[in-house]
Design a protein around this ligand. Structure first.
Ligand SMILES: Nc1nc2c(ncn2[C@@H]2O[C@H](COP(=O)(O)OP(=O)(O)OP(=O)(O)O)[C@@H](O)[C@H]2O)c(=O)[nH]1
Ligand SMILES: [Mg+2]
Length: 477
């Protein structure tokens, strides 16, 4: 491990952090881990039971500071190596709110225990760095890197589907797939290297290798197909994790803010019968059948002499360009206006909505442009609108990436880049093999692919990679 990383993360000294966000809640959880952590907490605990508590048990008592009872807590005790981090560790459940947890944390940090071995002098708790608990779990062989990343995915999952996919990776679906593909490539590499080890006069066969071709091509091809499938899975996974931006647009008064509120099931955006009510855009996250959607309400599109409204309209137009999908509202009560026609002509990424369907039933004009009749007032047509949004997203993905995810899938951009790197190396190996170039040009490419896969699981890792990755975690994880 590099000095830089060791300085930041890499020791086994006792660390402590809030695992919950301080605020109005029933409980606050403080996590502690590292050599001496049980002794340190025991030194500010009301009973001796904690010091000798076996692993996987809970102890009830008080955190004490200079004979003052700070908070009544329940402490879960884990002993190395049977803990999340693989070290001695404790989860302290304090009372909720910010004061109790803060006072317990201050008391913990004031505790000191005599150090032994490398830790001379007194040992004390220090604040955990982002992701440091999971980093230690990785360093102690508890989790591979794909599982570490899925821990973070789990914490930030926006929908049930996102959570389910993260849970699959946490169970090791991606790790298993990567390891299986790697095993296949190692077999191909081993065959190539055995051949390279022979001297020329020992070559008697007319095998693939003798012809300067990639050995065990069927295995290499199968590995490449599986890698490509994994790479394609990211397009869909990314959507479940990062979500899509859907912008609601249309002429003033067409019912955009009303639809925005109806989709949010909340009166968030101001609705009024005066055209030009929404000046600046407003956004919120909604869950549409498992897909996290960043929904944006915009200012009605019209030429305006009002300088503030003008800025709002400019922002709307910019958002329209950035959006992955646009819900374009046509005011059902007014019918298709001349200004709407430009948008109808450029129908890409667009779903047309015939608004106010409760007072303006769907008519031929609406049918001609394939608009869906929706009433924000009664909720009529909303279910159909959600289904249309989902199928438009899926269609877009199918167009780009075949039939979607079956089996293991990629969970982060880091994993995607490495799978791409393995694919490119393997494709290059095939290209060289086609030209019947010497095997010693192919073997390094195979090794490159194997290393990229090893980097995904963390079998091959550098300090920089780890620091970059764990630095994105939240503190307490
Ligand atoms: N009957 C009926 N009226 C609606 C419906 N949706 C919106 N309205 C009315 O249409 C008017 C304009 O609604 P908004 O949601 O403010 O329209 P907007 O497109 O956001 O307007 P701007 O912000 O000015 O661009 C209001 O009087 C709403 O009550 C609907 O589904 N049915
Ligand atoms: Mg509005």
């Amino acid at each position: 491990m590099s000095d830089k990383l060791a300085a930041n993360y890499g020791d086994d000294s006792p660390i402590a952090a809030f695992a919950t966000v301080p605020g109005n809640s029933a409980l606050t959880l403080i996590r502690c881990s590292g050599k001496g952590s049980i002794e340190l907490v025991s030194s500010v605990f009301s009973s001796d039971k904690l010091k000798d508590a076996p692993g996987n048990t809970v102890v009830h008592g008080w955190i004490i500071s200079a004979h003052e009872k700070i908070d009544e807590v329940v402490v879960s005790v884990f002993r190395a190596p049977k803990s999340y981090t693989g070290e001695d560790s404790l989860d302290i459940s304090c009372h909720g709110g910010s004061a109790a947890g803060r006072a317990v944390m201050e008391t913990l940090k004031s505790a000191a225990a005599p150090g032994c071995g490398a830790a001379k002098g007194s040992i004390v708790f220090r604040d955990a760095l982002p992701g440091e608990f999971t980093f230690r779990a990785f360093m102690n062989g508890k989790l591979d890197l794909t599982r570490c990343e899925s821990v973070m995915e789990m914490v930030s999952a926006k929908t049930e589907t996102g959570r389910r996919h993260a849970a699959e990776r946490l169970c090791g679906s991606l790790e298993t797939e990567i390891n299986e593909i790697k095993k296949m490539l190692v077999e191909v590499l081993a065959a190539a290297e055995i051949y390279l080890d022979y001297s020329e006069d020992e070559i008697t066969s007319d095998s693939e290798e003798a012809a300067g071709r990639l050995p065990k091509q069927d295995i290499a091809l199968c590995a490449l197909e599986r890698l490509k499938k994994l790479a394609a899975s990211w397009q869909i996974e990314r959507i479940y994790q990062e979500g899509v931006t859907v912008v609601i647009a249309g002429l003033p008064n067409s019912g955009k803010s009303s639809l925005f509120n109806a989709m949010l099931k909340e009166d968030r955006s101001i609705v009024a019968e005066i055209p030009g009510t929404t000046r600046d855009w407003i956004e919120a996250w909604v869950n549409i059948e498992g897909i996290p959607v960043r929904l944006v309400d915009t200012a009605g599109l019209r030429e305006s002499s009002d300088s503030v409204e003008k800025i709002g309209v400019e922002r709307s137009r910019k958002l329209l360009q950035e959006a992955e999908m646009v819900l374009y509202l046509i005011d059902g009560a007014q019918g298709v206006a001349d200004e709407d026609r430009d948008f109808i002509k450029n129908g890409d990424r667009r779903l047309f909505v015939w608004s106010k369907a409760d007072i303006a039933p769907i008519c031929d004009q609406a049918r001609e442009i394939g608009a869906l009749g929706v009433s924000a007032k009664t909720g009529e047509g909303l279910a159909e609108l959600y289904a249309a949004i989902v199928s438009a997203i899926q269609e877009k993905l199918r167009g780009e990436h075949g039939d979607g995810i079956v089996g293991a899938a990629i969970g982060t951009a880091r994993q995607k880049n490495l799978v791409d790197a393995a694919c490119s190396a393997l494709e290059e190996a095939f290209a060289i093999s086609e030209k019947e170039e010497p095997l010693d040009l192919i073997a390094p490419l195979l090794r490159e692919a194997v290393n990229a896969l090893g980097e995904i699981t963390g079998e091959v890792s550098t300090a920089d990679i780890l620091e970059e990755m764990f630095g994105k975690f939240c503190v307490g994880k």
